[in-house]
Design a binder for this molecule. Structure first.
Ligand code: SAH
Ligand code: SF4
Ligand code: F3S
Length: 474
């Protein structure tokens, strides 16, 4: 048993990050282990967590398991969790309870595993060990490649497996992937985070910032182009800091340029930390038509006092300067953001400054959250005297303003012809297909099914706050 340790997860050393190209090993005798058995993976977190699930699914299929569309029939159930806010915790343990009932009533041999960022939390693993004895497997974000070994121990020896590394992490390059989409793909460009924003748990759950070597990334994108993919999203907690840890004089500007040159039709990237956004990067985005004019630029707060307490390392003014520079260089672009309300010490004046920035930037959309104290983070120990009621009220005021600007941003598309990558059938209406514009606007369009996977011209006929309707422009 290897439990996570918060103390170890905090550590950052100068130890060299190793690029491991053969650490994922699957012995022949493990390839039959899942024969005639099924798996179900539930994903709770961000794009990186989604992409980890794509890796986990591929590993399970390497072992002979097949995917089950519902949890009730599955032999292996894995919950790939997120730790960013407290509410995720409750959802996951609700599910753990449901699986307990399944084990008691339907199939006692179900293997229940918990992985992802919650599995990296010492307090969570202690809770699992104390209260949820029917959990058979816990593994973390650094040891996904160990899944075949761990599962074989459970299946062959009926031993519970708890294995979570709390080290800074290496880069494992040979993990297989089963992608959810045939048209758009997630591509990790870096792992971990060293920014240690005071509210955030990610540096503890994902380890040290480790950029992948450029050739591995470029080759992955080239393979995707060859396989007919239309879009890649380069993933990292701070993509603008890509390469800084590599000492090879190669950074995000270089990478974006090289990825654009592969000829893939659409390149996206998330998330950009304002601190590392350089002028040359803006030039590169403007220069290549296949780099999408869409930037997610988390603000977190409009008050420089709160930003300082958050450890974000930019002021309100610096954020606004960057925002205006981006809008000037990329006038057609859409810019979205993340905002936290109710951070410890946030006064009504601080909150009003956030509203002011929203009024100035008129974001295309924003993800808004109430501050959630996370165990082990500095902010969880800060004095917080704003009531939850007040925080809820602030969130509502903020959302109202954010929605107003989302609708206004969408209104500008009415009657225009836009390019949409059609991804599939619309959730709301079987007769419609759905996809996203270059600026990441959701569009529903009446079009024949053959258009799935193609980038088509759509004329926007109706506009709502979170989506638009359109018709084929032929
Ligand atoms: N790396 C990204 C953020 C990833 S987490 C960045 O630096 O911008 C996604 C969002 O969750 C954050 O932008 C933040 O707005 C929110 N978030 C993170 N920790 C939080 C917490 N403890 N409470 C509430 N929201 C949080
Ligand atoms: Fe968390 Fe800050 Fe790192 Fe983003 S940059 S993942 S908010 S610590
Ligand atoms: Fe959640 Fe971990 Fe992503 S905490 S947001 S799944 S990096």
């Amino acid at each position: 048993m290897l439990k996570p340790s918060l103390k170890d997860a905090r550590v950052r050393t100068r130890k060299e990050v190793l690029v491991k190209t053969n650490d994922y090993i699957i012995d022949n005798n493990l390839k039959e282990l899942g024969k005639n058995k099924t798996y179900y993976v539930k994903t709770y977190g961000c794009q990186m967590n989604e992409h980890d699930s794509e890796n986990i699914k591929a590993i399970l299929e390497d072992m002979g398991f097949t995917e089950s569309i519902n949890m009730e029939n599955a032999d292996v159930i894995l919950l790939n969790t997120c730790a960013i806010r407290e509410n995720a915790h409750n959802k996951v343990f609700g599910m753990v309870g449901r699986v307990k009932t399944l084990k008691e009533t339907v199939n006692p041999n179900i293997i229940l595993g918990i992985c992802g960022c919650m599995a990296q939390e010492e307090v969570v693993v202690d809770e699992i060990l104390n209260k949820y004895r029917h959990v058979d497997l816990v593994f973390g974000t650094h040891n996904i490649h160990r899944l075949p070994k761990l599962l074989s121990e459970i299946i062959n020896k009926h031993n519970k497996q708890i294995e979570v590394y709390s080290i800074e992490g290496d880069v494992i390059e040979n993990i297989p992937v089963k992608r959810d989409s045939k048209y758009k793909a997630w591509v990790n460009i870096m792992f971990g985070c060293d920014k240690f924003c005071t509210y955030c748990i990610v540096p503890y759950t994902r380890g040290k910032q480790r950029s992948r070597m450029p050739e591995f990334i470029i080759n992955e994108v080239k393979d995707l182009v060859r396989d007919g993919y239309k879009e890649v999203t380069l993933l990292g907690q701070n993509v603008n800091a890509y390469g800084k840890d590599l000492n090879i004089n190669y950074n995000m500007e270089n990478l974006l340029e090289d990825v654009a040159k592969t000829g893939i039709e659409r390149v996206r990237f998330v998330t950009s930390h304002p601190w590392d956004f350089t002028d040359t990067m803006i030039e590169v985005i403007a220069k290549y038509p296949n780099i999408m004019p869409y930037i997610h630029l988390p603000l977190q707060s409009g008050s420089s006092k709160i930003l300082k307490l958050m450890g974000r390392r930019y002021t309100k003014e610096e954020y606004l300067t960057l925002f205006n520079k981006l809008k000037k260089a990329l006038p057609y672009s859409s810019i979205t953001t993340d905002i936290i309300v109710g951070f410890p010490g946030e006064t009504e004046e601080d909150f009003n400054e956030t509203l002011e920035v929203v009024n100035e930037c008129k974001f295309d959309s924003a993800f808004t959250f109430i501050f959630s104290p996370r165990v082990g983070t500095p902010a969880s120990r800060m004095q917080d005297d704003v009531s939850l009621e007040e925080k809820n009220e602030r969130l509502q005021r903020l959302n109202k303003l954010v929605n107003k600007y989302s609708k206004e941003a969408n209104d500008r598309y009415l009657g225009k012809v836009v390019k949409v990558l059609i991804e599939g059938v619309s959730e709301k209406d079987d007769n419609h297909l759905m996809g996203y514009t270059d600026t990441m606007k959701l569009v529903n369009v009446k079009a024949p099914i053959e258009y799935i996977g193609k980038i088509i011209d759509v004329k926007i006929t109706d506009v709502k706050t979170w989506s638009m309707d359109g018709e084929l422009n032929e």
